[in-house]
Design a protein around this ligand. Structure first.
Ligand SMILES: *Cc1c(COP(=O)(O)O)cnc(C)c1O
Length: 383
């Protein structure tokens, strides 16, 4: 029996009493409450309380959050920022847009996170920031990285765009670094109704710089003291995010149960999963599986009505936009292998057990057919 298994269900994210929210938004529209209203301050406070950090400031997008955070912690043109070769394009684009030079290290074969054994070797006298990505929602273990940063006088900026609600030893992703960056793009665990982002920090001074940078460097009306951006979280987006935030823990819990069902349902197949680390709470933004048959499996699942996708098919060092960085094919072999072998299965908080079972059945069917085909080839081959 064929089913449809989508990746998103926005209707379910708004809940059954969504009319209350829509009425409020109507009033906001009519009253002209658009820019840096109390709605924004309220969401910033709520999200800060949730993360356990002193300050959160909303901006246009996760990409802007990274760019502004880098500048707010003091990155200047010519500085170096160390990050990983397997991340979403925006992580490294933001480093370039800040004027700094990205220095890549390879990914770890099992965690799919930054290979921490290679970070120290990437530090030079120009390094200013280490930028780990909590990729797919798995929190990067921060103890060693924080110690390394302290030893070299470096700042840490976390890319937490995929990790709302992820924890490591009871501390939230986004509360470890000098600053951390979130995206509320509609695909993320906490989704706005459009673009949105935020930066969290425990430093009063960095928070002040973020506020200046997001508002054209303005300190008091028409008094511009630094060269800033115009990048603020919209009031309507903030209201939508406040509406959804109380559900985030339950949603992530549900994502985690679905991930456990996948790990169990697929355990006998020739597939690898992102490793699990003691003390972590994974946010399961994406559920990644790793297989040498990736492209054929994605095609099979898509034909079966399952919204399986590839994240990300090209590592950073092979993106055309970064050609002038002079990275080479073969330079980050793990990132290249992951780009060839990883694919995402749908994972939504409202996904039913029947949907998860159907996905598992279709993955199993694919490998059964593969091995039948192999047998046929072997028995047809001349001896
Ligand atoms: C989504 C994402 C971003 C960028 O966020 P936008 O809101 O789309 O600009 C940055 N880094 C990572 C890892 C992301 O997944």
């Amino acid at each position: 029996m064929r089913m449809k298994v989508p990746r998103y269900n926005y209707r379910s994210q708004f809940g059954e009493n969504s009319e209350v929210l829509f009425t409020e938004i109507r009033e906001m529209l009519l009253a002209g409450q658009y820019i840096l209203t109390d709605h924004v301050a309220r969401f910033e406070r709520e999200f800060g309380d949730y993360l356990g950090v002193r300050h959160v400031h909303g901006v246009n997008s996760g990409t802007d959050a990274l760019l502004i955070a880098l500048q707010a912690v003091g990155v200047k043109p010519g500085d170096e920022v160390v990050t990983q070769a397997n991340t979403f394009y925006a992580t490294v684009a933001a480093i370039r847009l800040s004027g700094a030079t990205p220095v890549l290290v390879d990914a770890d074969e099992d965690s799919f996170l930054i290979d921490q054994t290679q970070v120290a070797g990437a530090i030079t006298e120009r390094t200013r920031v280490i930028l780990p990505v909590h990729l797919y929602g798995k929190p990067t273990p921060m103890r060693t990285l924080s110690a390394l940063a302290a030893r070299h006088g470096l700042r840490i900026v976390e890319d937490a765009a995929q990790a709302h609600g992820a924890c490591m030893e009871d501390r939230m992703a986004g509360s470890f670094g000098d600053a951390a960056c979130f995206s509320f793009h509609p695909s993320k665990n906490l989704a706005a109704a459009g673009d949105g982002g935020a930066i969290s920090t425990n430093s009063d001074e960095i928070a002040k710089r973020i506020c200046l940078l997001r508002e054209l460097g303005q300190h008091g009306q028409n008094n511009h003291v630094v060269l800033g951006f115009n990048s603020k979280l919209d009031a309507i987006q903030a209201r939508v995010l406040s509406w959804k935030l109380p559900q985030l823990e339950a949603w992530n819990q549900r994502r985690s149960s679905i991930a456990a069902m996948y790990r169990d349902g697929l355990r006998e197949l020739p597939i690898r999963f992102q490793s699990m680390t003691p003390g972590e709470k994974h946010a399961y933004h994406l559920f990644q599986i790793r297989t040498g048959e990736r492209d054929a499996l994605v095609a099979h699942l898509q034909q079966s009505g399952i919204d399986a996708v590839i994240r990300y098919p090209s590592p950073i060092h092979l993106q055309e936009a970064f050609a002038d960085c002079n990275w080479r094919r073969g330079q980050f072999p793990v990132a290249e292998r992951l780009a060839k072998e990883l694919m995402c299965l749908p994972i939504r908080p409202d996904m039913s057990a029947a949907e998860v079972e159907y996905v598992c059945e279709q993955v199993a069917l694919f490998f059964k057919r593969q091995s039948a085909r192999l047998h046929q080839l072997e028995s047809a081959a001349p001896v």
